[in-house]
Design a protein around this ligand. Sequence first.
Ligand code: DC
Length: 225
Amino acid sequence: MFYEGRMRNIITIDGPASSGKGTVAKIIANRLGFSYLESGAIYRALGLWVYKNKLSDNALNSEVLNLIDSLNLKFVGDQVLLNGSNVTLQLREEFIGMLASKYSAIPDVRAKLLQFQRNFAGNDNLVTDGRDMGSIVFPNARLKIFLTASAHKRAERRFKQLHQLDKSVTIESILNDIMARDLQDSTREVAPLSYDSSFYVLDNSELTIDETINFILSRYNSATH
Ligand code: DC
């Protein structure tokens, strides 16, 4: 029997690419003294691992699945170690996000990575973000948030971050990437990005990070008192 969520306090924050879920989830985990799991980093690490192992674009699902057996992932503070190498920055690349989105649509891949996520941080209280954390991974979580913003706002925010590092990046290309990933993540057959009536939906297009955090913390306080 699966007792997740009864012993631990878990807050799930799901939402589309660049909705700010990672930023707010990390700050909320810090404020509450909870552990933090960025589930997207697991799928991104798989994307990077497939890429490093030079599987072709037409890799068979079974080949991708086999690679999971040799994927040793550790989260150490803010860093992600993949088989001992610090891959934190590489994981943020947009093409890795696309690979993550592609391979995460394979049902057996999701099934194989499920227990790692449920066991993450043992029995610690947890804040976690992703696409299916409230719907599939932790359905009994204390608080489930669906955090979204318009595609234009998300592209604008991402542009501001990326433009500092790479002046050749354009807002149009980012918007295209975001829309492609939204489509892929929300139309796949297993664990599509979605929410139901057990979620609080928050569109933060016009909210600051602090306002978003305050909304989630006030919902959490109401849920626990
Ligand atoms: O959150 P992110 O953008 O880093 O996630 C990268 C990709 O990984 C995303 O496009 C889809 C996939 N993903 C998923 O399928 N389920 C999750 N819980 C988290 C991410």
